[in-house]
Design a protein around this ligand. Sequence first.
Ligand code: FAD
Length: 399
Amino acid sequence: MAALDVAIIGAGPAGITAGLALRRAGLNAKVFERADKVTPLGGAIILNAVGLTILRRLGVDIEDIYNGMRAEFRRWDGRVRARINIDEDLLKRANANGWQSGMMRKELYARMLDKVPDDLIVPQHEFERFEQDEDGVTIHFKNGHVERAKVLVGADGVRSRIRGQLYPDVAPPKPLGIAVWLGWCEAKGIEADCTVIQHDQNFQMGYAPLVFEGKQCFEWWLVEQYKGEAPPENVTQYVKDRIGHFAAPSRDILDQTDHDKQLFRWIVEYIKPLEQWTTGNVTLMGDAAHPTSPYAAYGAGMAIEDAYILAEYLKKADMDDPASIRAGLAKYEDLRRPYTNYTTKFARNLGRIYHSIPGPLRKVRDFMLDNVPGVGRNIETGVTEDAEKLLRQVLDDFD
Ligand SMILES: Cc1cc2nc3c(=O)[nH]c(=O)nc-3n(C[C@H](O)[C@H](O)[C@H](O)COP(=O)(O)OP(=O)(O)OC[C@H]3O[C@@H](n4cnc5c(N)ncnc54)[C@H](O)[C@@H]3O)c2cc1C
């Protein structure tokens, strides 16, 4: 059986991007997906300028759905606590209007799938197990199909079966203690000029403008502590009780959302940051390697980055030389694992600071956010500093 250069398991943002980037790099790659067809999870996502730069490079048409603009952290009553300041020259070099932008996942997937060659994604192939030897990997699927590849990539999400086989001692995912309500609505009569993240003592409500099917819309989210509570019966009342008092335009955004069709709840799961992603010729990426709290707003973005960077390193490897392949995989892991482990840890801690600390400490936290210059920016933007560096690297070192 002729071996593929790379077999990727899972057609989420990581797997699709990996397939596109590896094919662009001239490698013989295929993506195996267990579902009948590729279906997007959830409603909207946020991508930063790194993700957008990568998608553009892969030829994905995002121009008319891209709506990046300034971003602010505010108190629930509208008082600005911090602004995200990103190097303007860097943004210009990346051809970005702002650092982050909202996108409906459905639309993003459709644009990505537009670029996918017919034979790239193989549906109805659920990965079961692999065996590896000096020259590569033999992959077994539940439907009986067997595939041979020089490299196997686990892009199979938070409950990754490949991670389970590679690192059986890693504990399975468990709830992080945070629930997120993700909603979206059209922006009728609401000015879409800023991404806003607002907090009161217990809840976060954020919103970001986005363009969906040619219409100006908002995505929005409510983040709260989660201790295993069942979903409420009256969702509308539930979200209004929590964030109905937040400053305009929050109320309008809530009112314009169809709570049955445009709002859903996500119980966030996490695993302890991994100490290793690669063994031999098998590696991990995306949620399989680093599921993250929504406080990073970066799960899909990091998955896209992993995929692109892996392809950049494998492009430079001699795919007929096992040592060269392994050197490429090692460079990928060296760049990505510390970065994503830092980001997921930071996001997890931020979630704790906002939702898990006791009441009296929350008062101290809010006093500092409101009165001590720089605290807000330091708390909120611990991630953007490293991401700026990464954007520079993507612009300067990769193509
Ligand atoms: C309900 C929900 C809502 C979310 N909303 C947001 C959001 O709004 N914004 C945001 O930034 N992030 C969000 N996230 C996180 C974000 O979706 C992930 O970080 C991102 O999708 C990770 O991409 P991935 O490709 O690594 O994994 P996934 O998107 O999980 O894709 C994994 C793929 O692998 C396939 N697969 C799994 N096992 C196998 C197998 N054994 N064989 C073959 N195929 C397999 C799955 O079917 C799936 O298609 C959400 C996550 C969830 C669960």
